[in-house]
Design a binder for this molecule. Structure first.
Ligand code: BES
Ligand code: ZN
Length: 593
C-alpha cells in the first residue's frame, strides 16, 4: 500500500482513473444528485481499488459489463470521509458506481429562489477544491490523479447547467419537465477542477473565446465588468505560452459563493461582489485566468504543495496587471497582499507551521488552515527568484517550467529540482530552504515600493497625529490606493474620525466590496453605530469568506457589536455555505463574553 496524499485514500499502487463518465440528475426537491459514475481505469486490473467518498449513499457497483463488484465503505474520518474499497474481479477496466449525494454534501450548495437575483428559480453550484469532489462523486479525490470527463446532467427544463468542460450537442429530454445536457472535458484534470452549476442562466459573448454566464438579472452588468478579459488572455499568453483550454468562460454566481473566484477550467466561477460597476476588481479574473497555466496545467500534487498553485498564480496575476496597467499598479497589489500576509502570520503566530510554504497537513483539514500564506509568501518567494536571476531569465524559466510539467501534478521538491537544473546555485543563494520550510518571513523578503504607496501609508499611519488627506488627494486615488490607505489606518477610531472618513470618502455607500468591507471592518470595530445597518445588509447577503472573517472579527471587539453579530448570524447562518458557516463559527468562538 502506498498512500502519498494525506487528504485522500488514493493508493499509488492501485490502478488510476483515466476517464470519468457521469450520468446524473440534479434533484432540487430532495437536494440530491443522483446517478452513476463510471471510472475508466488505465487497463484491465484486479484487486482492491480505494476511492474517496463523503456522505455518499452507494447503492451498487459493477464492472462495465455489468458484473457486480463487491465493495465496502470504511469508517467515517472527519476530514477524509469514508474509503470505498472495491474488490475488482479479474480484468476489470471500468467500474460503474450507482449512488446519490446527501443534502449536507459539503461540495454543493443548494439555494432557494430567494437567494438568487431573479428570486424565481432555485440554484445549485459545486466548490470542490480542496477535497470536496468526493461529496458529489466517488473518485480518487487527489490532485495526483488526472482524468478526462464526460457528463450527462439531467435538470429541470427551465434551468441551464454549466460545467468545467465543453458543452456537447445531443442531450434532449427523457422525462417531462426535465432536460439532459451533455458535457465533454477532453483534457485530463484533477478532481478538484470538476465543477457544475445549475440555475436560471443567461450568457453574453465578450470575445470569440470568452463568454460571461450569470442570472438574467446580472448578465449585462457582468458582461460589462469583464469585457476586458480577452486583453488579459492575450497578455497572459505572451507571458506564459499558449492558452491551452480552448475557451475561457466565466460564471457569476449568487452572492453566497464562498470564494472570490475558482479557476474551474473553461468556466471560472466568480463572486458577484466583483461587479463594482467600474471594473476595479478584475484582478480576481486575472488571477483565475493565470491558474490556466499555474494550477490547471501544472498542479500541486497534494495540498502540502498548495503554494505551487497559489504562489505562482498571485505572482502571475501581478505580472498580467503590470503588463496591462504598469508597475505602480502592480506595486499597489503587492502592498495589499503584504497586509493580508502580515495579518495571516499574526493570526497563526510567527512560528506556526501554517506559515511555512511546504506544509505537512496530515490530520489537518486544509479548509481550516486556508490563508494568505501560500498566496502571498509564495508569490514573494517567486518574486525573489525573479529579482535574483533577472526578469528575462526568469521568464524563460517559467515557460520552460510550464512546458516541462504541463498536465502533471508536482511537488515542491520536483519544482526545486527543476529550478536547480535550469538555474544552478540560485536557490541556495536566496535561502530557498528557509523560504520553503521555516515559518514566518525571511529577512530577504522583497519589497515593492512606489512613491504613491509611500505617501499613502505615511498619511494613514499619521492619522492619530492629525494627518488628513486633502480633497485633491482623495480625488486622485484609485480604488486600490484607497484600499491601501484604509488598510493602514488604526483598527479603532473615535466617532469623530469615523464621521470624517465617511463624510469625505462616502464609504458606507460604496459598491466596491474591497473598500466597503475594509471600511466596515474599521467602523464596526470602532463600535460606530451609523454603519450597523450596512454591516447587517452585507452579512445577510454575501457569503464570501474573505469578507465574513474580518467583519465578524471586528464585531467581536465591543459588547454591543458582539450582540449584533450573534443576532445577524442566527438569522443568516442557514443561507450560508457550509464552509462560510465554519469560518464564522471559528471567529465567534474566540469572542470573549
Ligand atoms: N483556487 C482558489 C480558491 C480556493 C483555494 C478554493 C483553495 C478552495 C481551496 C482561487 O484561485 C483563489 O485563489 N481565489 C481567491 C482570489 C484571489 C486571490 C484573487 C479568492 O477567492 O479570494
Ligand atoms: Zn488562486
Amino acid at each position: 500500500m502506498s498512500r502519498l496524499d494525506p487528504h485522500s485514500y488514493f493508493d499509488t499502487d492501485q490502478p488510476r482513473t483515466h476517464r470519468l463518465a457521469l450520468e446524473i440528475a440534479v434533484d432540487f426537491q430532495r437536494q440530491r444528485v443522483v446517478g452513476t459514475a463510471r471510472l475508466d481505469l488505465g487497463g484491465p486490473s484486479s484487486g482492491p481499488l480505494d476511492l474517496d467518498t463523503k456522505a455518499l449513499v452507494i447503492t451498487a457497483a459493477a464492472t462495465g459489463a455489468g458484473q457486480p463488484i463487491p465493495y465496502a465503505l470504511g469508517a467515517e474520518d472527519p476530514i477524509l470521509g469514508r474509503r470505498l474499497r472495491l474488490d475488482l474481479p479479474a480484468r476489470t477496466a471500468q467500474v460503474v458506481i450507482t449512488y446519490e449525494t446527501a443534502p449536507e454534501a459539503v461540495g454543493l450548495q443548494w439555494l432557494a429562489p430567494e437567494q438568487t437575483a431573479g428570486k424565481r428559480h432555485p440554484f445549485m453550484f459545486t466548490q470542490f477544491q480542496p477535497i470536496h469532489a468526493r461529496s458529489m462523486i466517488p473518485c480518487q479525490d487527489s490532485p495526483m490523479v488526472r482524468a478526462t470527463y464526460h457528463a450527462a446532467v439531467t435538470i429541470p427544463e427551465a434551468l441551464t447547467a454549466v460545467m468545467s468542460a465543453g458543452p456537447q450537442e445531443g442531450g434532449g429530454s427523457t422525462e417531462p419537465g426535465m432536460r439532459t445536457m451533455l458535457f465533454e472535458m477532453p483534457q485530463a484534470i484533477p478532481s478538484y477542477l470538476i465543477a457544475l452549476a445549475v440555475g436560471d442562466l443567461a450568457s453574453r459573448d465578450v470575445s470569440p473565446r470568452a463568454r460571461v454566464w450569470a442570472e438574467p438579472a446580472t448578465v449585462e452588468a457582468a458582461a460589462w465588468e469583464f469585457a476586458g478579459v480577452e486583453e488579459m488572455i492575450v497578455t497572459a499568453e505572451r507571458l506564459f505560452g499558449r492558452y491551452e483550454w480552448d475557451r475561457y468562460d466565466m460564471l457569476v454566481l449568487p452572492p453566497s459563493f464562498p470564494y472570490g473566484g475558482m479557476e474551474n477550467p473553461r468556466m471560472t466561477f466568480l463572486t458577484p461582489t466583483l461587479l463594482a460597476g467600474d471594473r476595479s476588481l478584475v484582478d480576481v479574473v486575472a488571477h483565475e485566468l493565470a491558474h490556466s497555466w499555474t494550477g490547471n496545467l501544472v498542479t500541486n500534487a497534494t495540498m502540502d504543495h498548495f503554494w505551487l498553485n497559489e504562489g505562482f498564480t498571485v505572482w502571475a496575476e501581478r505580472r498580467i496587471l503590470e503588463a496591462l496597467h504598469g508597475e505602480a499598479a502592480a506595486a499597489v497589489s503587492w502592498a495589499i497582499g503584504g497586509t493580508a500576509l502580515r495579518e495571516a502570520i499574526e493570526r497563526f503566530g510567527a512560528d506556526s507551521p501554517y506559515t511555512v510554504l511546504r506544509t505537512q497537513l496530515e490530520g489537518v483539514d486544509p479548509d481550516d488552515v486556508y490563508s494568505s500564506v501560500p498566496y502571498e509568501k509564495g508569490s514573494l518567494f517567486v518574486g525573489l527568484l525573479e529579482r535574483t536571476v533577472g526578469r528575462e531569465r526568469f521568464d524563460r524559466f517559467i515557460r520552460a517550467y510550464i512546458e516541462r510539467f504541463h498536465f502533471t501534478s508536482i511537488t515542491t521538491e520536483e519544482l526545486m529540482a527543476f529550478f536547480e537544473q535550469q538555474l544552478p546555485g540560485v536557490a541556495a543563494k536566496v535561502g530557498a530552504d528557509e523560504w520553503l520550510h521555516r515559518p514566518g518571513l525571511p529577512g530577504n523578503t522583497p519589497v515593492f515600493r512606489s512613491e504613491a504607496l509611500e505617501t499613502l501609508t505615511v498619511l494613514a499611519e499619521g492619522w492619530t497625529g492629525g494627518a488628513r488627506p486633502t480633497a485633491a488627494q482623495l480625488k486622485a486615488w484609485s480604488p486600490s490606493e484607497l484600499q491601501v490607505y484604509l488598510q493602514h489606518l488604526p483598527r479603532e477610531l473615535d466617532e469623530a474620525s469615523c464621521r470624517w472618513l465617511d463624510g469625505a470618502l462616502n464609504l458606507t455607500a460604496r459598491g466596491n466590496y474591497e473598500i466597503l468591507v475594509e471600511w466596515l471592518t474599521i467602523a464596526a470595530g470602532s463600535d460606530y453605530e451609523p454603519v450597523f445597518g450596512r454591516v447587517r445588509e452585507v452579512l445577510m447577503k454575501v457569503g464570501r469568506m474573505k469578507y465574513l472573517r474580518p467583519l465578524f472579527g471586528a464585531l467581536g471587539r465591543h459588547p454591543r457589536t458582539r450582540a449584533l453579530a450573534r443576532e445577524i448570524y442566527a438569522a443568516t447562518a442557514p443561507s450560508y455555505h457550509t464552509l462560510s458557516r465554519r469560518v464564522v463559527e471559528s471567529v465567534m468562538e474566540k469572542y470573549d463574553g
